[in-house]
Design a protein around this ligand. Structure first.
Ligand code: AKG
Length: 267
């Protein structure tokens, strides 16, 4: 029976990464406090209210009855804090660090799955970079912060453990797909080569609320254009390590992303 391993935030990060690298996915409980969750919710609420749940189009990549909101690093200082969580840092260093000088935020999005939403089509985050052959080198690490409890019925993310090692063309059988179940405050990590997708919500009235933050190697283009999503004046006020994670850093040792600071400083 396919399963997603799980552990607690206080567990050893080496053990966490071994579990993650082996299964391709891992749930870590206790990553965010109730205060963190309340504050992300409050910061994003005015924006999410304006995000309409689309009608369903069969075959469309994004199922209907879901609400999506991006540009979270501009909209939520608490989400920025969680982006830099020490367990995320440890998983990123181990998974992405060996393949790059820096790694960056790839996508930030609040994802609400409403009653009646269907399963999302299974996909790999690394399908963004199709010119690498399967199985690809480590390019992306994904994390899903449970803002509400995730259950098998309310849209818990579908994960296919082990699929990061599969050859081209191998499709998942129903018994190989697991729906992530985790209490609010947990994080589901998965590797960029793992087949996954939002789960169907078969409840009558429960919305599943998650915040997805994915990270990639800094020499690849970020899926979400952070330089447009985050005003430059705001980015320059953030700590240097946060600027670097957002992709505003210019020192990756090879000159990629260099800029002349004089226009920024007004000279
Ligand atoms: O919402 C989820 O559980 C997964 C979302 C996802 O895979 C996507 O938006 O591409």
């Amino acid at each position: 029976m396919a399963m997603i391993p799980s552990c607690d935030v206080s567990d050893d990060v080496e053990c966490m990464y071994e579990l993650l690298a082996d299964a391709g996915a891992l749930v870590v409980r206790g990553m965010a406090t109730a205060a963190h969750l309340a504050s992300v919710r409050a910061e994003l609420a005015p924006h999410l209210e304006t995000a309409e749940a689309a009608a369903d189009e069969p075959g469309a990549f994004y199922p209907g009855k879901t609400r999506r909101l991006t540009a979270l690093m501009h909209r939520s200082p608490t989400a920025r804090e969680l982006m830099m969580h020490h367990v995320v840092e440890a998983m990123g260093e181990r998974h992405l660090g060996p393949n790059c000088k820096m790694w960056t935020l790839n996508v930030s999005a609040a994802l609400e799955v409403g009653p009646g939403a269907r399963d999302q089509i299974l996909h790999r985050e690394e399908d963004l970079y199709p010119f690498f052959e399967l199985p690809r080198p480590n390019l992306i690490l994904a994390s899903m912060w449970a803002m509400s409890d995730f259950t098998a019925d309310n849209g818990g993310t579908q994960i296919v453990p082990g699929s990061h090692t599969w050859p081209v063309g191998r499709a998942a059988e129903p018994h190989e797909i697991v729906r992530a179940e985790m209490p609010a405050g947990s994080v589901l990590f998965w590797l960029g080569g793992v087949l996954h997708g939002a789960g169907a919500n078969v409840t009558a009235d429960e919305w599943r609320y998650g915040m997805i933050l994915t990270y990639n190697l800094s020499f690849l283009r970020q899926e979400e254009n952070q330089h447009v999503s985050m005003p430059l004046a705001e980015a320059l006020c953030l700590p240097l390590e946060v600027q670097a994670r957002l992709g505003f850093g210019q020192d990756n040792g090879d000159g990629l992303g260099f800029y002349d600071p004089r226009p920024v400083l007004g000279t």
